[in-house]
Write a protein that binds this ligand. Structure first.
Ligand code: ATP
Length: 320
């Protein structure tokens, strides 16, 4: 393969820039020409391509966001949009494509490979960690660390005032950010879309912890369940302890990627290009049991995310 394209799509995630760098540098290493496509599938449809050189990706490994910018593109859902996207690739003689994004972006990649025969490699770039085929997605670790920083600060003030803090983190369908940031911050309770809310049990757990000498409580809630504000209102009507909501919000998407995400970015990006260089397409790269893997992209997007109930139970046993 002599010429490949690269785009970032869907929600951005820390580590996308590091992955762009790894794809561009690996491509050049193998003697390929690499074209960056701006604003995801929108840029592909609108022919917004930029040649990427060795130095185009200098000094970006440490930054959040994506140098190529990203977009959600409704036109890519239509046959007309998809044909325009393929026409752009043909016009520039691009033989393979790397797509960095979440499950929606992978569905776009699946269409390109399955229906139009474009060899495409998916790199899982999303803070949500909502793809079953990989243990971790790019950006998840940094997003959780951002949550931890905020929760640590909330614990200080909540303890001083003996309050209950309800902290809303991202995750519409997947509770992993809440689960990991809850466990790692020592939160007492997590509320996730995968487990039905039991307000009675939550109130009992708060009362138990206070009887055991605790001066504050942290409840981490995933946005997909309800907002921190709504939850705090409900809880306040059931307890005499003072409840305060906090929504961490979009800061979770930004910031300098942590070591774990930079390492994933380097390895995912390099693996994607090595696959294309071997003439292999239609794969999604990931990490399983600490090993970089690749699997059929259609199979990867079809797998249903399984919630880690064992970790959820662990939190209950150690945070009381
Ligand atoms: P995140 O997990 O951060 O939300 P994502 O990649 O899942 O990221 P989406 O908005 O779901 O984000 O998808 C990104 C883009 O992928 C869409 O705007 C659209 O252009 C394309 N896409 C999504 N689903 C399909 C599909 N079924 N067919 C073709 N293209 C799709």
């Amino acid at each position: 393969m002599k010429r490949i394209g690269l785009l970032t799509s869907g929600g951005d995630a820390p580590g996308m820039n590091a992955a762009i760098r790894a794809v561009v540098r690996s491509g050049i290493y193998f003697g390929m020409e690499v074209y960056g496509i701006e604003r995801g599938y929108a840029g592909l449809i609108e022919d917004k391509l930029i040649p990427m050189e060795m130095r185009s990706v200098s000094n970006i490994v440490q930054f959040g966001g994506t140098k190529l910018r990203t977009a959600r593109c409704m036109e890519m859902l239509t046959e007309e949009g998809q044909k325009k996207a393929v026409a752009t690739l043909e016009k520039h003689g691009i033989e393979g494509l790397v797509v960095i994004g979440g499950d929606g972006s992978f569905r776009g990649a699946r269409v390109l490979s399955e229906q139009y025969g474009v060899p495409t490699i998916g790199i899982p770039g999303t803070i949500d960690n909502d793809l079953e085929y990989t243990d971790y997605t790019l950006g998840f670790d940094t997003a959780v660390n951002t949550c931890l920083d905020t929760i640590n600060k909330l614990r200080d003030t909540m303890t001083s005032h003996e309050r209950v803090s309800v902290v809303e983190v991202m995750g519409r369908h997947c509770g992993d950010i809440a689960l990991y940031s809850g466990i790692a911050s020592g939160a007492e309770i997590i509320v996730v879309p995968e487990v039905a809310v039991n307000m009675e049990e939550i109130v009992s757990s708060i009362n138990r912890s206070r009887a055991n000498g605790k001066h504050s409580n942290i409840i981490v809630i995933a946005e997909g369940v309800m907002s921190a504000e709504q939850f705090a209102k409900q809880l306040q009507s059931l307890t005499t302890y003072s409840v305060r909501p906090t929504c961490i919000g979009h800061v979770q998407r930004g910031g300098s990627p942590m070591m774990a995400d930079r390492m994933l970015a380097a390895q995912f990006g390099n693996k994607a290009v090595r696959l294309l260089n071997d003439g292999i397409g239609n794969r999604a790269v990931g990490i399983k049991d600490n090993k970089i893997i690749d699997m059929d992209i259609i199979e990867a997007v079809s797998m249903k995310k399984v919630f880690n109930y064992e970790l959820y139970e662990t939190l209950k046993m150690i945070s009381m």
